[in-house]
Design a protein around this ligand. Structure first.
Ligand SMILES: C[S@@+](CC[C@H](N)C(=O)[O-])C[C@H]1O[C@@H](n2cnc3c(N)ncnc32)[C@H](O)[C@@H]1O
Length: 266
């Protein structure tokens, strides 16, 4: 087994607010529109659709009244969840993402512009009906919001999806220790993350894992289990799901998220 070494990293004081502006940028919005509604890339299936299907399978035989998609970005997983849940709420910190997801819901189409190479760009339009999602779109509500400052005491959702968000939070441990309050007892929490910890999103001392504690290497999965143990049981073994972000026509970011599914037990 490969040995794990401690990589020394200076603590970076970049403002969290400034780093969130990444997700307000034109480039980021276009890349996520493409990741959510564009063609599959590198032979890898659409990530948010795949996540929604995993959620639907895990929810078989359970009540599907309400689902929450935290960090919904351009909204694909929310629209997919609406095919089997009565109501879905998609929340994102970025007002640009909420705007684009809401526009898709209201008008049934969105346009976005991708970089091909250098100064060359291409225009794209997608329709909700291309994915058979238009008939249930009315069940989705998109709201701007901070997942770390939610009115968290509703105990009302049957499913909470947290896809590729925890390594973008300033205090993921605190977020996880409170998230049970959003779910009914018996409800499912589905988390995916590539555990790509970066100081400018999450101060190093708040990382769930990927670092040493008292000389022992701690993985993010171990940190995650510890934070959820009080209120959740693991439903299945962790699984890997890939996703791809297209940067240009010839440059792609290939990520592997670890998906874990949890049942609220108390
Ligand atoms: C890596 S993207 C993942 C998007 C989507 N869930 C997916 O898997 O394609 C992270 C998303 O979380 C949003 N986000 C970051 N911090 C947030 C916070 N504190 N509250 C709500 N959304 C947040 C970003 O705006 C961005 O849309």
């Amino acid at each position: 087994m490969a040995k794990t070494y401690l990589q020394k990293q200076p603590f970076c004081k970049t403002s969290l607010a400034a780093s969130y502006t990444l997700y307000e940028s034109e480039t980021s919005v276009a890349q996520y529109c493409d990741a959510h509604y564009g063609p599959d890339k590198l032979g890898i299936a659409n990530f948010p659709a795949h996540m929604a299907h995993l959620c639907a399978s895990a929810m078989l035989g359970k009540p599907k009244r309400s689902a929450l998609d935290l960090g919904c970005a351009a909204g694909r997983a929310s629209f997919e969840l609406a095919t089997c849940f009565d109501q879905v709420t998609g929340i994102d910190f970025s007002s640009r993402f909420i705007e684009i997801a809401s526009r898709l819901k209201e008008r049934g189409s969105i346009g976005y512009r991708l970089i091909e190479e250098g100064e060359l760009i291409s225009d794209h339009e997608v329709l909700l009906s291309d994915f058979g999602l238009e008939a249930t779109a009315h069940r989705v509500t998109f709201c701007p919001g901070n997942a770390e400052r939610l009115d968290i005491h509703c105990h009302c959702h049957d499913l909470v999806l947290v896809a590729n968000l925890i390594d973008r939070l300033s205090k993921p441990g605190k977020f996880l220790s409170e998230i049970h309050k959003l779910l009914v007892v018996g409800g499912l929490l589905v988390i995916s993350s590539p555990y790509n910890w970066l100081d400018h999103f999450t101060p190093r001392q708040q990382w769930l894992g990927g670092r040493f504690r008292v000389g022992t290497p701690i993985t993010s999965l171990v940190g995650l289990k510890k934070k959820l143990a009080k209120h959740f049981d693991a439903v299945s073994e962790p699984q890997d799901v890939e996703f791809v972000i297209r940067k240009t026509a010839r440059t792609f970011q290939h990520n592997i998220s670890q998906v874990t599914i949890w049942r609220r037990v108390c």
